[in-house]
Design a protein around this ligand. Structure first.
Ligand code: SIN
Ligand code: FE2
Length: 218
């Protein structure tokens, strides 16, 4: 009985894992607020629905995306960029909920970036089989700010490499409530998500939701 209680507490205890210089995995950092975050995602996606955007090369992404906050990341045949409006509706992206902003700032602080204030939140929805190939986040122009990435729903394998696409990658399983923060020396490191394994998550169903907070300079 005591053992069970103890291992339960251990499992829920926050844990920081240094993934690379300047990059931290904050296990369970978002667990307490996860249902608030998922509820907010439903509200955002009813105003700005998830959609499969097209890359400049003409491929439809397997991950469905939407955004909230002053700036949203988009891709189409013209390229990758941030814009203040949803290209589907022409309207501004839904506002960034206070719960999103607070969580992103507290995670950044815990990882050593106390000045981070996000002005963009890309919301990624992965269904089984969806993946994100290795890439760098480099459309923000200002790389003094970190990236804060929140995982909700089904677990996924995150790959974190180096400055070159061919650098070796480390793999980390990201579970519901985990937060990854990378900045400073690792701000431009290649990263990606391996194809999502099938499953059903209690709170998110047959999906993984990822919130990626950035400070975009335009
Ligand atoms: C991204 O790199 O934009 C998404 C990463 C993730 O889904 O965890
Ligand atoms: Fe990324």
């Amino acid at each position: 009985m005591m053992d069970d209680l103890f291992s339960g507490l251990e499992a829920a205890a926050p844990k920081r894992v240094e993934m690379a210089d300047g990059a931290w995995l904050l296990r369970h950092h978002a667990l307490d607020v996860s249902s608030t975050l998922l509820h907010a995602v439903d509200q955002i996606s009813s105003a700005a629905p998830f959609r499969h955007m097209v890359t400049p090369g003409g491929f439809s992404m397997s991950v469905a995306m939407t955004n909230c906050g002053p700036f949203g990341w988009v891709t189409d045949r013209r390229g990758y960029r941030y814009q203040t409006t949803d290209p589907e509706s022409g309207k501004p992206w839904p506002a960034m909920p206070q719960s999103f902003q607070s969580l992103a700032e507290s995670a950044a602080r815990d990882a050593g970036y106390p000045d981070f204030i996000p002005n963009a939140c890309l919301i990624n929805r992965y269904e089984p089989g969806a993946k994100m190939s290795l890439h760098q986040d480099k459309d923000e122009k200002d790389f003094t700010n970190p990236i804060v990435s929140v995982s909700l729903g089904l677990p996924a394998t995150f790959q974190f490499g180096g400055m070159n696409r061919t650098d070796p990658v480390r793999k980390h399983v990201l579970s519901h409530g985990d937060v990854v923060v990378w900045g400073g020396p690792s701000r431009l490191f290649f990263h990606g998500i391996m194809p999502l394994k099938d499953g059903i998550h209690d709170a998110a169903g047959r999906a993984r939701i990822n919130l990626t907070f950035r400070h975009a300079a335009v």
